[in-house]
Write a protein that binds this ligand. Structure first.
Ligand code: SF4
Length: 192
């Protein structure tokens, strides 16, 4: 990739520029106003629902941290390949399991306190960003996205959605076929 192409890539999409502001808003603003953490479950609800139909559309277009990694990080990265381990299925699901167990135990510990719940979301955003940023500098901007728990979930839901869509298409094709055969045979039979 040429330097010009790289620079062009680091500009990001328009939708990413719009979403970029949510990243410091949650990760920094949330430290002072934990209720800002509630933006995360709203985004998560959207991305999970959307991923069934459009796989990782969220990641490439709307994720605030993804936008940060695409727009800001290319200026600081060493741009070296990340370890293959990050792409391994067991590793990705291991990270997913680890984050979910920490998340659930932290949620239980809040005892239903609204501010504390918001704080849990903010902390998750801060911790994951503290992993994503150094990794992006040391390897490539999107290294974190190769095993991000939300990315892993979206990919799986996207595959599930595609499988269901394919099954539906096949079922409707099968349903149309006998009808087509019937009309052909009727035509043949009606010929003298
Ligand atoms: S993989 Fe995670 S951090 Fe990366 S764009 Fe997707 S949701 Fe955002």
């Amino acid at each position: 990739m040429t330097i010009q192409a790289k620079a062009k890539k680091s500009k990001g999409k328009r939708s990413q520029w719009i979403m970029l502001g949510f990243f410091p808003l949650i990760a920094i603003g949330g430290l002072f106003y934990p209720l800002l953490g509630y933006l995360m479950p709203l985004m998560m609800a959207f991305l999970i629902t959307n991923s069934y139909f459009h796989a990782r559309y969220w990641c490439g277009n709307l994720c605030p941290r993804g936008a940060f990694l695409d727009i800001v990080m290319p200026h600081f990265t060493f741009n070296r390949p990340w370890p293959r381990l990050f792409n391994r299925r067991w590793f990705r699901w291991g990270v997913f399991g680890l984050f979910m167990s920490v998340f659930i135990s932290r949620m239980i510990a809040t005892g239903g306190n609204l501010l504390a719940i918001g704080g849990v979301f903010v902390n998750m955003c801060v911790v994951t960003s503290l992993i994503a940023i150094p990794l992006g500098i040391a390897t490539r901007p999107r290294a974190w996205c190769s095993f991000c728990p939300m990315g892993t979930l979206q990919e799986s839901l996207g595959k599930l959605g595609q499988r269901h869509a394919r099954a539906k298409r096949m079922a409707s094709l099968h349903a149309q076929r006998p009808a087509a055969t019937d009309s052909t045979s009727t035509k043949h039979n009606s010929n003298p």
